[in-house]
Every structure is written in C-alpha cells, then in structure tokens.
Write a protein that binds this ligand. Sequence first.
Ligand code: ADP
Length: 182
Amino acid sequence: MEILVKQGDITEERVDAIVNAANSSLMGGGGVDGAIHRKGGPKILEECRKIREREPYKNGLPTGEAVHTSGGNLPCRYVIHAVGPVWQGGSAGEAQSLRNAYLNSLKLAESLGAKSVAFPNISTGAFGYPKDEAAKIAIQAARDYAHSPTRIERVVFVCFDEENLRLYRQLLSASSPKDDAR
Ligand code: ADP
C-alpha cells in the first residue's frame, strides 16, 4: 500500500473511495463535508438519512467511527463518512479518536473492495485539531494499517491548504524516503 500526498479538492479525486470529515449528524456541514454534498448531489444526503434511521445510528455516528454511501455524482464509487474528534485541548481522548477515524475508514474501504482511498485532513478545519499533531496521527495510522496484509493499493492524503501540504510532505519524506511525497 503506497501512501501519497497531494494538494487539491478531494471531490475531484478519481479513486474508489473518498473519506468525508463528517459530523455525527451525517446531515452535512461546512468545509469538506459541504463540498462533498454540494458536488455529490442529493443522493448522498438521502443515503445518510437512511443510515440515521437505523440502529445504532439513530442518535448519530459516534466519534471515531465510519459508514459509507455511494459517491452520488462524484467520480468516486463510495464516500466514507468518518467523524473526527472536536479538539478540546488534547486530554479528552482526541488522539485515539482521530486514529480510530482513519483506521475505521481504511477497514471499511477494504471491506468494500476499494483499492484506492483518498483522505482529507480530518478534524483540522472547524474541529480545530492542531495540524501538525493530526498529520502525525493520520500518517501513523496509514502506516500501521499497511503493516498487515491489505488489498488497498493506494492511500492519498489530499491537502486543501498549504500548511497541511507542507506538514504531510515533511513527515512522509523525513521518515520514509521511499514514499512518494509529491
Ligand atoms: P472538520 O470539521 O473535521 O475539522 P473541515 O471540513 O472543517 O472538517 O476541515 C477538514 C479539512 O478539510 C481542513 O484541513 C480543510 O482545509 C479541508 N478541506 C476543506 N474543503 C476541502 C476539499 N474540498 N477537499 C479537501 N479538503 C478540504
């Protein structure tokens, strides 16, 4: 499984699955969530509503967990909706929740047969997670996942802002020169 980084808009990624930095309501929001629903069309929201009608999601999707819908009008087959933690200072289990959001998304992508998965920088926008800490957790989660046999071939971290791009490039090239840190 190769781990790549690029700058861009995740809604344009031609991969099997993109991950949405959703909130627990699954009813849409700002940031990347807003962009996904805007470009993906109403089908994705409709599928999210159906998920919310069933147990165990009637009260929302818990932090760290992930569910999937189709990609609607997007060029991906699936959208994986993962809920990252809201930053509360760092001692409320945020790191473990963020790691879980990445790992559960990868597990779900794998179970869907996805070979390529694109991630946004979960929790680093409205949820206020410090970008450097979040980048370390995201990359470590992907590397740890890749230590076990997997059929996922490619994970792409799609950074929207320059700061995240710089952090991901630095972290990916510093500790593993083999990684393609474009
Ligand atoms: P959260 O609530 O999890 O913090 P946000 O959507 O506010 O989610 O921010 C998460 C990250 O997604 C931020 O780094 C933001 O810059 C980035 N982002 C916003 N729009 C897009 C997009 N279209 N594609 C990729 N990343 C995006």
